[in-house]
Design a protein around this ligand. Structure first.
Ligand code: SAH
Length: 468
């Protein structure tokens, strides 16, 4: 039996995909190289913006056609389109879907696979076994204990993995649909997280990213279980692990204690994913983010005084209802001032049930949203070009995560999350290699491993850069 899993969306969805794949592989399913070969297709969905939802719906229409042609095919829909409490009309809207899996909950998949197993065994028994003999009970250990389960790690040997530690979200940002789809905020128990990370490390994972919508709130709903700083420290102590990351932070909850822990522990990467969303206080208030742009600036100052080399990433929404040109310019100003290393800029998209969709008019025209998005993107590109250029001639430690076969070079990330391509004759996925940087662009660094022979010719971008 073969499965094919398509994931749309965030790192949390990638982590959910890892659990599902691991469970399927434990039961004897193999990943299919192509959709055509699969007996089971899983579509993991995102609905954070209308565009993502449209993509999921388009994929679903394709799957309906596949199913019509191959009735024996089984289809599983998972992720945020399903939501924490799947709508009862789903089975009539999507009659070709066999199972609906809420985000971070593989319970319905296990039940489906058990039933499927029973049915298959029943058929085999009727065909081959003498009458009266019962099918053996399914003795595979089921490792889930409801939704806060400890899941088996993937066996695919990837050197990095995301580990959800805060599920759901109870913050009520007025634009955001996530609380309606991923349910209320709840932290997994530290012992569950630690045992999962230990197993990941034993399976060869070198870097884990602890995940949560507001990761800084980790533990606030638990008794005597510590906070994110404690969890980060305990995870960093696990043998075999080289790096720990965490995301996403919220400016109101990122504590001094967390900042200090990152500053003092060399295994915790100095990267803060700290969405600002807007530079205007009026827009921030309408988004109900709970901080002002001055609060945000103070926080980034504190991070930088504790960790001068910290990388700051952010998210910005452009074209929130009523956002004026002046207010938008305040987002531009803060981008110019702070010097982020990465920004994700989204055009506002009204989402069902959210306060903003119910009470505010989406009055910034699409073309204007695009203009605002492109304006910040251009400024940010120049900032990243400048920041990265300063790294030419320096040495950066890279965790190798794969190979770019097309160009015959290795790929990895620096501790501060820059994408690095490099040549080396000794690198293997999972290795930490010190790379000498020779060329930089806004999105990548290119270099070589000075302690090993280089393979083949220089990448085209590098030879071009040298020629000029
Ligand atoms: N919990 C995180 C991430 C939320 S989703 C946080 O607090 O930021 C990731 C990003 O998508 C958000 O940071 C936001 O910039 C963007 N986003 C969320 N809802 C959106 C919407 N309705 N329209 C456009 N962008 C949105």
């Amino acid at each position: 039996m073969k499965y094919f899993l398509v994931t749309i969306g965030c790192q949390m969805n990638d982590a959910d995909a890892r659990y599902v794949a691991a469970e399927l592989e434990r039961r004897g399913y193999a990943p299919a190289a192509q959709l055509e070969e699969a007996n089971l297709i899983l579509l993991n969905t995102c609905v954070v913006r209308q565009q993502a939802e449209n993509k999921a719906l388009a994929r679903l229409r394709e799957l309906a056609e596949w199913r019509a042609r191959r009735p024996e095919l089984r289809i599983i829909l998972m992720g945020c389109l399903v939501g924490a409490r799947p709508s009862p009309d789903f089975s009539t809207r999507f009659p070709f879907v066999d199972v609906f899996l809420p985000p971070s909950d593989i319970g319905p998949l296990l039940r489906f696979l058990d039933e499927q197993g029973e049915r298959d065994r029943g058929e085999r028994d009727r065909e081959r076994q003498p009458a009266g003999r019962k099918a053996p009970a399914n003795e595979l250990p089921v490792e889930t204990n409801d939704e806060e389960a400890v899941f088996p790690p993937s066996r695919r040997g990837e050197p990095t993995a995301g580990v959800p530690v805060v599920l759901g979200c109870s913050q009520a940002c007025t634009y955001c649909v996530i609380p309606y789809r991923r349910g209320r905020e709840r932290s997994r128990l530290p012992q569950d997280v630690l045992s999962e990370v230990r197993r990941l490390a034993e399976a060869g994972v070198r870097e884990v990213t602890l995940l949560g919508q507001i990761i800084d709130r980790y533990g606030k709903d638990l008794l005597n279980s510590g906070d994110l700083a404690d969890l980060l420290g305990a995870v960093a102590d696990i043998d075999g692990l080289a790096r720990v990351r965490f995301l996403t932070s919220h400016p109101s909850y990122l504590s001094e204690r967390i900042i200090r822990t990152v500053a003092e522990n060399p295994k915790i990467c100095p990267v803060f994913e700290l969405p600002i969303q807007a530079g205007s206080d009026a827009v921030l208030a309408a988004m109900r983010r709970g901080y002002t742009s001055a609060d945000y600036r103070r926080l980034t100052d504190r991070i930088r005084s504790a960790i001068p080399h910290a990388a700051l990433h952010t998210d910005i929404i452009v074209g929130f209802p009523g956002e004026t040109e002046d207010q938008f310019e305040q987002s531009v100003r803060i981008v110019e001032e702070i010097g982020f290393q990465k920004i994700h800029i989204a055009r506002y998209s009204p989402r069902p049930l959210t306060w903003a969709a119910r009470h505010l008019i989406d009055n910034v025209p699409p073309a204007e949203k695009t203009r605002r998005q492109q304006r910040i993107e251009a400024i940010q590109k120049a900032i990243q070009t400048r920041q990265n250029a300063a790294l030419i001639g320096t040495t950066v430690e890279v965790l190798v995560d794969g190979r770019d076969e097309l160009r015959g070079r290795w790929r990895g990330r620096s501790a501060d999350d820059r994408l690095v391509f490099f040549s080396s004759s000794r690198a293997r996925p999972g290795d930490l290699i010190r790379v000498h940087i020779e060329w930089t662009g806004p999105f990548t660094l290119i270099g070589r491993d000075p302690r090993a022979g280089n393979e083949g010719p220089l990448p085209p971008a590098l030879s071009a850069a040298r020629g000029t």
